[in-house]
Ligand binder design. Structure first.
Ligand code: SF4
Length: 699
């Protein structure tokens, strides 16, 4: 939708940098022969016309001169520009040869949580129908998998927030566990500020005193990896002091007797010892949450990106269930999504075990339905593959010979990143679709240029489970194609073009709606026509359905309508400190950067706010290891080393240092992060690794 005002052009769009999906307008002014750009917020019911610093500068990378504009093929170690015909022919020959020699599963597909719903859907179909490979997964495995699996197991359904954001001010007690909303999703902070004004008691659980701790009435500066034990301590108090909502538990849950028996064996003093939090403080937190008339719990990657992240989230859900704080106004749970389409990206079939509409790839009925929508025989649909990091292991072992990467940069974002880089170098054929020559694209045999959020129409689903529509506003540069066009064209040269006859994102969305119909994430009632005027919550089973803002009011999504309580051990994160590696490293984001930094490191305004990685360290710890402030420091684990600059802070525990993960090369902290996987959801243990640190004089 373009509106010309003499020398001024307005582009309607929305920010790509987080799950809030703030609406905004890019203003392009022609001033004495030069273009000048400005971003202004647009009203919307999620962030109500607010933008953070990332949104205000999100155009800078999209308009960057380093944007890829033509397909690039590596010849003799150097990229050369080729036509789309040559690029497609390269894929046709190489993928077909690999599959002919080694079987269909010798090609893997790696997607991303920033793709639109249409593209995430089409990528899943592309893997299963065009390539017929079982190996597809995406970077959301590193993001939302623990919370998603925990919600599925507990409620029978995974949607980021069970309630709309506007209910936050109605909660009288709010627990924020491992989530730094003030830096990661700043435009939703006013909901929490309003709650604070209303007298809400805030409990913030985090080993660091983050910007979000400004809300805290009680900051639990917990020992990393012990969140599940802390919740067991709270449950002990709730059970012992009679705060269980017996009627809710009886009518709406399963597993109460087992949980009760387990909690009876818990010793509060032991939980205090494990977590580093005094028993009185655990008691106080439990009483505040349990006795509040309403309450909400929010978790994010801080507690989820651990090798026991799944069980930890299940314990937070236990807390909500035994106190009956779910399915009512101001009572619920939320996993605060990080990626731009972290919610929608996990619903439509780009996960190893999943078909569109949250259907299971191993369920015969689900397979039958999706096969009928796609017009293929059910028996031809591949079975379940493996998770994102396991795909890297399969590449290293030589089982996967070719990889197609769309919307992700695993060389920077994977745990044990040096291993991943080494594995990718072993591939016979690596094809990467990206905006820029990312660290992963640099390793590719073929790089395909894709359109940015300013140029690509599509839908996304925000952290509330609300579907949003983003128009294409600007013209694409050079010979750039949309992700969905690229998938359709590759399918055509692979001989599967009949299944990919789409001429717009809207046509793909229509098929997605049908594929999701009757599934848990039912989009059938949502159309582009509706989305042009409103943001619609799923499930929305028919065009006249208003959408479902609050989940689980009457029943949960398991067939018997009941939620499942879980017995959660106090199990620690797998990697523990030792004499050789005596300090915990934890990772996270900073306000001005997004994911692996491919986009934000190219934005002058955002990059200049935080130009390099750093290690936040308590001055007492720094003294112990003879580390000056602002000095170069080497962090080493058994997987490798990273080099960053020290930054003194009293806001971090003395046994822990913090390093953000948006940088590459020596500064990439994922070179040392733990690649052990949570057995339930295959989330790597990003958030905690045992390291040694030392000051270095020169590099
Ligand atoms: Fe909104 Fe998130 Fe973009 Fe900030 S980064 S403007 S909060 S969508």
């Amino acid at each position: 939708k373009q509106k010309d005002h003499a020398s001024e052009t307005l582009f309607d769009t929305q920010c790509p940098f987080c799950s809030v999906q703030c609406a905004m307008q890019l203003i392009e002014e022609r001033v004495v022969g030069r273009n000048r750009y400005k971003v202004v917020p647009k009203d919307n019911p999620t962030s109500n016309g607010r933008l953070c610093i990332k949104g205000l500068h999100a155009h800078q990378h999209a308009l960057h001169t380093e944007r890829l504009q033509f397909p690039l093929l590596k010849r003799n170690g150097r990229f050369v520009r080729v036509s789309w015909e040559e690029a497609l022919s390269f894929i046709q020959v190489n993928f077909k040869n690999i599959q002919k020699e080694f079987g269909n599963d010798a090609i893997g597909v790696y997607g991303g949580g920033s793709l639109t719903n249409e593209e995430a859907y089409l990528l899943g179909k592309f893997a299963r129908v065009a390539l017929k490979t079982k190996y597809i997964d995406y970077n959301g495995r590193y993001c939302m998998s623990a919370a998603a699996a925990a919600m599925n197991a507990t409620f029978g359904l995974d949607r980021g927030l069970t309630n709309k954001l506007s209910e936050i001010p109605h909660a009288r007690c709010i627990i924020l566990a491992g989530t730094n909303i003030a830096e990661c999703q700043p435009t939703i902070m006013p909901y929490f500020h309003q709650a604070k004004k209303n007298g809400t008691f805030f409990i913030v659980i985090d080993p660091r005193e983050t910007a979000t701790c400004g809300l805290a009435d009680l900051h639990i500066k917990i020992k990393p990896g012990t969140d599940a034990a802390f919740v067991n301590g709270m449950l002990k108090v709730i059970f012992a002091e009679g705060y269980v909502d017996e009627q809710f538990v009886k009518e709406r849950t399963e597993g109460y007797d087992e949980l009760k028996k387990h909690i009876e064996q818990i010793q509060l003093d032991e939980m205090a010892e494990m977590t580093g939090i005094a028993p009185e403080v655990i008691q106080f937190a439990a009483r505040q949450y349990a006795t509040a008339p309403t309450g909400m719990i929010f978790t994010a990657r801080g507690v989820e990106q651990q090798t026991n992240g799944y069980m930890t989230v299940r314990n937070f859900l236990n807390l909500a269930l035994v106190t009956g704080k779910i399915g009512k106004i101001g009572c619920g749970y939320g996993a605060i999504t990080g990626q731009g389409n972290g919610q929608g990206g996990r619903e439509h079939g780009q996960k190893a075990d999943q078909l569109p509409g949250y259907r299971s790839i191993e369920n015969p009925e689900h397979r039958k339905y999706i096969a009928s929508v796609w017009g293929v025989p059910e028996e031809e649909l591949p079975r379940k593959g493996v998770s994102a990091y396991e795909m890297m292991q399969k590449i290293d072992e030589g089982e996967i010979k070719g990889l197609f990467v769309m919307g992700s940069n695993p060389v920077v974002s994977s745990p044990n990143a040096r291993f991943v880089k080494r594995a990718l170098k072993k591939l016979q054929c690596l094809v990467v679709v990206d905006l820029f020559l990312s660290e992963t694209a640099e390793l590719a045999d073929l790089v395909l240029p894709t359109s940015s959020y300013l140029e690509d129409e599509g839908t996304m689903t925000n952290l509330e489970g609300r579907v949003t529509w983003r128009p294409a506003s600007r013209k694409r540069p050079g010979e750039v194609k949309h992700d969905w066009e690229i998938l359709c064209e590759i399918a055509r040269v692979l001989g599967k073009g009949d299944y990919f006859r789409f001429s717009s994102a809207e046509e793909i969305f229509h098929e997605l709606r049908v594929a999701s119909r009757g599934g848990l994430a039912d989009y059938y009632g949502i159309t582009y026509e509706r989305l042009r005027n409103e943001r619609v919550y799923w499930p929305c089973p028919s065009p006249d359905h208003p959408g479902t803002a609050r989940l689980f009011e009457q029943s949960f999504a398991h067939p018997d309508g009941k939620a499942r309580l879980a017995v959660v051990d106090n199990e620690y994160q797998k990697e523990q400190t030792t004499e050789q590696y005596p300090i915990y490293v934890t990772t996270g984001r900073v306000l001005s950067h997004y994911l692996s930094g491919t986009q934000t490191r190219r934005s002058p305004a955002l990059a200049s706010r935080q130009i390099e990685a750093f290690m936040e360290i308590h001055p007492n710890t720094a003294k112990k290891y003879k580390i000056e402030n602002n000095a170069l420091v080497k962090l080493e684990t058994k997987r490798g080393a990273a080099v960053v600059r020290s930054k003194y802070s009293y806001k971090i525990r003395e046994d822990t240092v913090f390093v953000p993960f948006h940088w590459s090369g020596k500064q990439n902290i994922n070179q040392i992060t733990d690649d052990a996987l949570d057995p339930h959801c295959k989330m790597p243990g990003f958030k905690i690794c045992a390291a040694r640190i030392s000051s270095i004089v020169d590099l």
